[in-house]
Ligand binder design. Structure first.
Ligand code: COA
Ligand code: AMP
Length: 626
């Protein structure tokens, strides 16, 4: 039996022994006696009587162990032309001081703090400062506009917000302050204070509610680490679901620390002292787990990169970062590689840098198409590892375990289930699908440590969204198959979630916006194939009778509305006016059918559709991008 097979078996046969051993890599104030509390299914709790502090494990313990002088975080920002490096000792001191700022504003254990920041070190500092005092952070991605921010403020009810005067997108400066002010105006819940980081590219006008980051830091007393229960929440991260209302995925402290530490050694093959470069954003789960927490819990060096893979200044920035900082592994989304490939198809930029220390490229966030896989593998001559996971799990479900035992790569498959995840393919009736047959990907409960214990403030929604469709299983929302070698193939979402440039978005929330236009009678938003972004949203709208508006004007207005309400990140640019939408006899729009057409299915038309001509009109529109 190989090392992977052995670890996987042990995690299935004796999960409590397996995860008790993994927990030994973490510093506990009170080591857990109980590993798993399964007394209240379908709610499971890992390490219920353990006590720890995540920030202590990420910073203080490494300083105490003699790593104080090692780089903990390297900020590399081609868009501002700056770089800054923090040793473990410096980062601990900054975090302790900012924890003091938060405590001084009345933020205590269990209180929420919304963080709306671009890719600057202060984002990681604010997250770790919350962890230090037992507060719960909720980071909102900077590409979301005021309305989306307001929805999250109302759900998380933060005591304070941490933000910045601006973000930088290529050569454009995006002012955050007007978005933040508008969000607070829109939200019912009003945070007491906002800490504002002033960036020189655009300074914000502060009001009575605002406090300047630098001034607050100058007078703050450093705060120590507060012991929290392993089951206390570390953060809430909102993610798109089927409806317009985002779900607050809760992450606990204990299971999260154990799982991430295990993943760094066994999946990513990263040891203390190694340099790890994840190009994502702290606003997404990849950023939470693999820019901030996992590398620091490991005592590695993390690179926090502010910029795009292409554009400012060129398509060689990833190679420059890897070479300059000596990264052993990099992690990003396939879309970033498609962007580089488009601009530099023969890899001229890569040839200019010394990439000899670069050992593995990890890709996730969307399906890794075989072309992109092959291009990256040929260019780099190192393993290119696809792996599959979700905001809900916080760490990989299916991967090739580079630390444990690398397995042969099969392009199109993220390889095999990670220990702890009992992955099944189920038919629509909840039966086990035979090997090689496509079905719903579900994970038998309990999920391993680090995965979501519930939805913030809404246990019922947790059960209804994930645990009801297939009782006894977590319903991932992805479809796929497992082949006869046990390799998992993930084909894509089976619900109304789409993946645009590695960003997870809800078509439901876009439909809410389109439906608000005075001339629109009804609408559907579907993801259609896009060479660069994988998928982009396409709006199908039926006009009200007597509506008087040109198609171009309507498109401009709808695009502007989505940009204003959801944000530029929705990348909503395509609109088609259609005479009708296919519906069931009871009047429900057949979204699944529309998705099927967009995906190129041969004959996805169910017999319930009376008017096949509606579909004949839609087919060429939806297949335009294929
Ligand atoms: N703040 C403000 N605006 C933002 C933003 C942010 N943090 N992030 C994105 N946007 C804007 C972009 O500027 C763009 O605006 P535009 O329509 O005015 O040009 C829009 O949102 C769409 O952004 P995006 O989909 O990222 O497209 P892009 O053309 O700017 O970049 C890629 C495309 C592929 C280069 C980029 O998406 C990328 O690097 N993705 C891979 C890495 C990643 O972040 N993955 C996420 C999870 S792993
Ligand atoms: P997010 O919650 O933003 O991480 O998005 C999770 C979704 O992205 C999953 O449900 C999948 O649909 C998709 N996804 C992530 N990684 C992969 C992968 N390696 N292959 C296919 N789809 C993926």
């Amino acid at each position: 039996m190989g090392r992977y097979e052995d670890a996987f078996r042990r995690s299935m046969d004796a999960p409590e022994t397996f995860w008790a051993q993994a927990a030994e890599a973490i510093d506990w104030y009170r080591a857990p006696n109980q590993v798993l509390d399964g007394s209240n299914p379908p709610f499971y709790r890992w390490y219920p009587d353990g006590e720890l502090n995540t920030c202590h494990n990420a910073l203080d313990r490494h300083v105490a162990a003699g790593r104080g002088g090692q780089a903990a975080l390297i900020y590399d920002s081609p868009v501002t032309g700056s770089q800054r490096s923090y040793t473990y000792e410096q980062l601990r001191d900054e975090v302790a001081r900012f924890a003091g700022v938060l405590a001084g504003l009345g933020v205590g254990k269990g209180d929420r703090v919304v963080i709306y920041l671009p890719m600057v070190p202060e984002a990681a500092i604010a997250m770790l400062a919350c962890a230090r005092i037992g507060a719960v952070h909720s980071v909102v991605f900077g590409g979301f506009a005021a309305h989306e921010l307001a929805v999250r403020i109302d759900d998380a009810e933060p005591t304070a917000i941490v933000s910045a005067s601006c973000g930088i997108e290529g050569t454009r400066v995006i002012e955050y302050k007007p978005l933040l002010d508008r969000a607070i105006e829109l939200s019912e819940h009003k945070p007491k204070r906002c800490v504002m980081l002033q960036r020189p590219q655009a300074r914000a006008e502060l009001t009575d509610r605002d406090i300047d980051w630098d001034e607050a830091m100058a007078s703050a007393q450093p705060a120590g680490c507060v012991p929290v229960s392993a089951t206390d929440p570390l953060y809430v991260l909102y993610t798109s679901g089927t409806t317009g209302r985002p779900k607050g995925v809760v992450r606990d402290n204990g299971g999260h620390a154990v799982a991430l530490r295990w993943s760094m050694a066994n999946i990513y093959d990263i040891s203390p002292g190694d340099v790890f470069f994840t190009a994502s954003d702290v606003g997404w789960v990849v950023g939470h787990s693999y820019i901030v927490y996992a590398p620091l819990l490991t005592g590695a060096t993390t690179v926090l990169y502010e910029g795009k893979p292409v554009g400012t200044p060129d398509a060689g920035q990833f190679w420059r970062v890897i070479s300059e900082h000596g990264a052993k592994a990099m992690f990003t989304a396939p879309t970033a590689f498609r962007a580089i490939k488009k601009e530099d198809p023969v890899g001229e930029h890569a040839a200019r840098y010394d990439l000899s220390r670069f050992r593995v490229l990890f890709l996730a966030g969307e399906r890794l198409d075989p072309d992109t896989y092959q291009w990256a593998a040929d260019l780099l001559g190192i393993p290119v590892i696809d792996h599959w996971w979700q905001t809900e799990t916080g760490w990989p479900i299916v991967a090739n375990h580079m630390g444990l035992e690398p397995l042969p790569v099969k392009p199109g498959s993220p390889t095999v289930p990670v220990p702890g995840y009992d992955v099944h393919i189920l038919t629509a009736d909840g039966e086990q699908a035979p090997a090689g047959t496509e079905g719903a990907i579900a994970i038998k409960l309990p999920l391993p440590p680090g995965t979501l214990p519930t939805v913030w403030g809404d246990d019922d929604r947790f059960v209804e969204s994930y645990l009801t469709r297939f009782p006894g299983y977590y319903h991932t929302g992805d479809g796929g198959l497992i082949d006869s070698d046990g390799y998992v193939f993930v084909m894509g979402r089976t619900d109304d979630v789409i993946n645009v440039a590695g960003h997870r978005l809800s078509t439901g929330s876009m439909e809410e916006v389109l439906g608000g236009h005075p001339q629109v009678a009804e609408c559907a938003v579907i993801g259609v194939a896009d060479d660069m972004k994988g998928q982009v949203p396409h709006g199908l709208v039926v006009l009200k009778s007597g509506a008087d508006i040109g198609e171009e004007q309507l498109r401009d207005e709808l695009v502007a509305l989505v940009r204003d309400q959801i944000g530029a990140v929705a990348a909503f640019k395509q609109v088609s006016v259609v005479p009708a939408l296919p519906k069931t006899r009871s009047g429900k729009i057949l979204r699944k059918t529309l998705r099927g057409i967009a995906d190129g299915a041969e004959d996805p038309v169910p017999s319930t559709i009376d008017d096949a001509t509606v579909l004949d009109t839609l087919r060429p529109l939806l297949r335009r991008g294929i």
